[in-house]
Design a protein around this ligand. Structure first.
Ligand code: MN
Length: 368
């Protein structure tokens, strides 16, 4: 169905064919998902002939057994893949002049080799913006997978909160989360490396996990997610290890209020930058604006970061079916960091989150 839309786009935009090279995009269009490493993996879509998957010979059988029911053409490591692609394209069509490529993915080296087979063709058109727009609106089926990924993130928080004790390393807690996800939930892999940060480490939003150990009366920040049926989760929670100080509680409550206000404001009709402002204004008024050092959120789907970007300067009007994170943070260097994050989907009249772990400040009692 999505492939029909791509073929229609080829016709409307006066392109003869598209060379799709990003494995995530290929999976989006075909249901076949694979990591080719340095080998060649492509989906070739022609405006008026049958598309085909091109992949290493060692993947041909799994591609044929996947949801994809079109042609699969393989190549051996000893063969020239570009030559085989060219032969199979020319078998299908004589119109090979205007190629659309994914400019945000195709490497210069591969582009030059492909071009070598079609020296008179034009490769100036970019199909990436069309694909981004297509992927912006999630179907009910995709939303179900995002909810499934969210449930796994909620499970991961439980494991993480239980693993906190004095002297445990951030890396150990992250390892326990990943291990339990694998053995209890069958999670194949996380959507990014599980982040656990204690104390002042949490002031660096993407640091770690390190060999830093948890100490009493620190805030501990978790940012984690899984891949579920090809779709990502991404969620953050911050908890207190022992009774928090007044200042720790203050930054937590300000961040929580900002996140809650943004969740309540998210609905069709508001723009991405307006939504960012809802949270940012609350944090700024409380005196912490300079410590909120990133955008409010990012889109989520097959990629843990995709469109739309919830950021100042983006006047995109949010619509039903768009999925993204709402994740204000306050990071005070040398002191602590707080981030509370849920991803969700814009509904007819609001925003429904994929994660549901409680957001009252959780106080984990001291443990040795
Ligand atoms: Mn995120």
């Amino acid at each position: 169905m999505n492939l029909d839309k791509l073929q229609q786009w080829l016709q409307d935009s006066n392109n003869d064919l598209a060379y799709i090279s990003n494995p995530i995009t290929i999976s989006y269009f075909t249901g076949y998902s694979m990591e080719p490493h340095e080998r060649i993996f492509a989906l070739i879509v022609l405006k008026d002939a049958e598309p085909f998957i091109f992949c290493p010979a060692l993947n041909v059988e799994e591609a044929k057994a996947s949801a994809w029911d079109g042609d699969v053409i393989g190549y051996l490591d000893s063969e020239n893949p570009w030559n085989i692609i060219a032969t199979n394209v020319k078998k299908r069509t004589h119109d090979t002049h205007n190629w659309a490529i994914e400019k945000d993915d195709l490497s210069v080296a591969h582009y030059q080799l492909l071009r070598g087979e079609f020296p008179n063709a034009s490769f100036t058109n970019d199909v990436s913006p069309f694909i981004e727009k297509l992927r912006l609106y999630k179907t009910p089926e995709e939303i179900k997978k995002l909810q499934g990924a969210g449930a796994e993130a909620d499970f991961a928080f439980k494991i993480g909160f239980d693993a906190i004790r004095t002297g445990v390393t951030e890396r150990s807690i992250a390892g326990q989360i990943d291990y339990q996800l694998k053995i209890q939930k069958g999670v194949m892999h996380e959507s990014f490396e599980t982040i656990v940060q204690a104390g002042k480490n949490a002031a660096n939003p993407h640091l770690g996990p390190t060999m830093n150990t948890v100490q009493p009366n620190e805030l501990v920040l978790f940012d984690l997610g899984t891949m579920h049926d090809g779709y990502a989760s991404d969620s953050s929670r911050t908890v207190a290890y022992g009774e928090p100080t007044a200042k720790q509680r203050e930054i937590y409550e300000v961040d929580r209020e900002a996140q809650q206000a943004a969740i309540e404001a998210a609905k069709p009709g508001i723009t991405a930058e307006e939504l960012d402002s809802v949270a940012r204004d609350i944090i700024t008024k409380a005196g912490y604006g300079e410590y909120f050092i990133h955008r409010l959120g990012h889109g989520i789907g097959k990629n843990v970061h995709e469109y739309p970007s919830i950021v100042q300067g983006n006047d995109l009007v949010l619509e039903e079916g768009m999925c993204f994170s709402i994740e204000p943070g306050i990071y005070i260097p040398g002191f602590a960091g707080v981030r509370i994050e849920d991803c969700g989907v814009v509904t007819k009249d609001g925003f429904e989150t994929f994660t549901h772990t409680d957001k009252d400040l959780k106080v984990v009692p001291h443990k040795d």
